[in-house]
Write a protein that binds this ligand. Structure first.
Ligand SMILES: [Fe+2]
Length: 223
């Protein structure tokens, strides 16, 4: 199982938007702990050789393995969360994400408003997501360790709504944390890469569907 968590920047690199202490505590006291407990529970079982995404999907299907599922899902969720931020980030996306946000929400400002509203409406601990579902963008939340990975959605952006993600910097002011995420931290690079690979995959499936009809077309046109 190659699941060693890592943050793709240094702990202090998100300052002043997110303090070094927040990132140190979050990574070492939460994600690392979930990772170590996941590895301990999987050791010597049929799950030991699975990659992280498979482990999340397989254990979610069986309530007997939900302790392992919760730890694995938290490791996976945090991995995307770290990649959803970058030093000197924030602001509207460019490229494919800009196009899709314009198509789905009209404007980036409307997207940001719905994103903030979903965070405020979510009760308790959980996650805020921007996912790709049935060919369009969707904002949704999950409770506790819940992850869109098991719903057939493709997660593009993750925001941790557990208080441990923002309490040191913002105390209980979740709205201030979400604003800071949107204005100073969000990174669209990973989302743009994922969306590009989804688009490429759907185009190649479309080509594959067209190809079998080609001989009939050739026969009809006499070519
Ligand atoms: Fe967290």
């Amino acid at each position: 199982m190659n699941t060693e968590p890592r943050i793709p920047y240094k702990f202090a690199d998100l300052e002043p938007a997110m303090s070094r202490d927040t990132l140190v505590f979050h990574f070492l006291r939460h994600q690392r702990v979930c990772h170590d407990r996941m590895v301990a529970l999987a050791r010597g079982t049929q799950f030991e050789t699975l990659d992280l995404e498979e482990l999340v999907r397989v254990t979610e299907r069986n309530p007997a393995h939900h302790a392992l599922y919760r730890y694995a899902a938290e490791v996976w969720n945090h991995d995307l969360y770290w990649r959803s931020m970058r030093p000197r980030g924030g602001g509207a996306p460019s490229g494919l994400m800009a196009q899709q946000i314009a198509g789905r929400f009209g404007t980036y400002e409307r997207f940001a408003r719905e994103f903030r509203d979903a965070a405020s409406a979510h009760f308790g601990s959980g996650w805020l997501w921007l996912v790709w579902r049935s060919g369009t963008l969707q904002i949704l939340t999950t409770s506790n360790a819940g992850t869109p990975l098991v719903r057939g959605d493709t997660a593009l952006l993750a925001l941790d709504l557990w208080e441990h993600a923002y309490y040191l910097d913002h105390q209980n002011r979740r709205a201030a944390y979400v604003n800071t995420f949107l204005e100073e931290l969000v990174s669209w690079e990973d989302a743009n890469r994922t969306l590009a690979s989804l688009t490429a995959a759907s185009e190649s499936r479309a080509v594959a569907r067209v190809r079998p009809e080609a001989p009939a077309l050739l026969r009809r046109t006499g070519l």
